[in-house]
Design a protein around this ligand. Structure first.
Ligand SMILES: NC(=O)c1ccc[n+]([C@@H]2O[C@H](COP(=O)([O-])OP(=O)(O)OC[C@H]3O[C@@H](n4cnc5c(N)ncnc54)[C@H](O)[C@@H]3O)[C@@H](O)[C@H]2O)c1
Length: 234
């Protein structure tokens, strides 16, 4: 049975990856330390999602591990030698990063480097997929001209009809400290691919949500809005 390592496995995206690969017959190992609760308080707690996965999937194991813990990350990768890695663990909020810049950078940039180097030493042939973000472009996309349609705004230049290309510039732009730590991780993921020839990939998503998000005001805002609505909060 092929082994997949998923970091941030109790979070929104990580838990979906766990379920999908687990159903496809992979042996899935999740890494999460519920740091989302430490970041955002009880509303951000992800233990319920961890328990849901452990209760419903036979081929899923949970590792209570902080990705900032370099020796522990190196040891886990050395032990598992996963056939693929999906890295979704992160400090995901712009606003929180401004008040906790060390934690933000240590988790997002340092944690990603720990995983990349551990993968290079243990399983350099295994695909390494990193959940990056469209925030790596900072506010530069705001410079693209818009046109008003009947019900919405759209880019005026047809070159952007299918969205913003990955070649769009990421510097000379304001990112927030969160965006900057994610740029560091994104570039490092690319570098391990180009410099060491590893099969790495950075996916730049934006505004993702779903029923398994521990949504709070500072992150997972769409999920938070729905919860407020259901609970009649204003
Ligand atoms: N949700 C979105 O809209 C969105 C959009 C674009 C990119 N992303 C990126 O996708 C990734 C996952 O986002 P999400 O919405 O699933 O976030 P999430 O907060 O739901 O999941 C992240 C998980 O990582 C865990 N974690 C945090 N720090 C950790 C640490 N030091 N060690 C181990 N585990 C730790 C948290 O406890 C949490 O369960 C992030 O990198 C985020 O930047 C998310």
């Amino acid at each position: 049975m092929k082994i997949l390592l998923v970091t941030g496995s109790s979070g929104l995206i990580g838990s979906e990856v766990v379920e999908s690969f687990s159903r496809d017959g992979w042996q899935v190992h999740g890494v999460d330390n519920n740091m989302r609760a430490e970041f955002f308080g009880p509303g951000g707690d992800t233990r319920w999602n961890q328990q849901r996965l452990l209760g419903s999937l036979k081929n899923f194991s949970h590792h209570e591990l902080d990705i900032r813990n370099r020796p522990a990350v190196l040891a886990l990768l050395r032990e598992l030698k996963p056939a693929a890695i999906v890295h979704t663990a992160a400090q995901p909020s712009h606003d929180l990063a401004a008040s906790r810049p060390f934690d933000d950078f240590d988790v997002n940039a340092g944690g990603t480097l720990n995983l990349l180097e551990a993968a290079r030493l243990a399983c350099p042939e295994s695909p390494f997929v990193h959940m990056s973000t469209n925030k790596v472009y900072g506010d530069a996309p705001n410079e693209i001209g818009l046109k008003e349609l009947e019900k919405r705004w759209d880019y005026a230049d047809p070159a952007y009809a299918d969205g913003i290309k990955e070649t769009f510039r990421i510097d000379q732009s304001k990112h927030s400290l969160f965006g900057a730590s994610k740029v560091a991780a994104d570039v490092m993921v690319q570098e391990y691919g180009r410099y060491f020839g590893m099969p790495t990939c950075a996916l730049r998503g934006g505004c993702l949500t779903g029923p398994n998000h521990s949504g709070v005001e500072l992150h997972g805002f769409l999920s938070y809005l729905i919860k407020c609505n259901l609970e009649g909060r204003t």
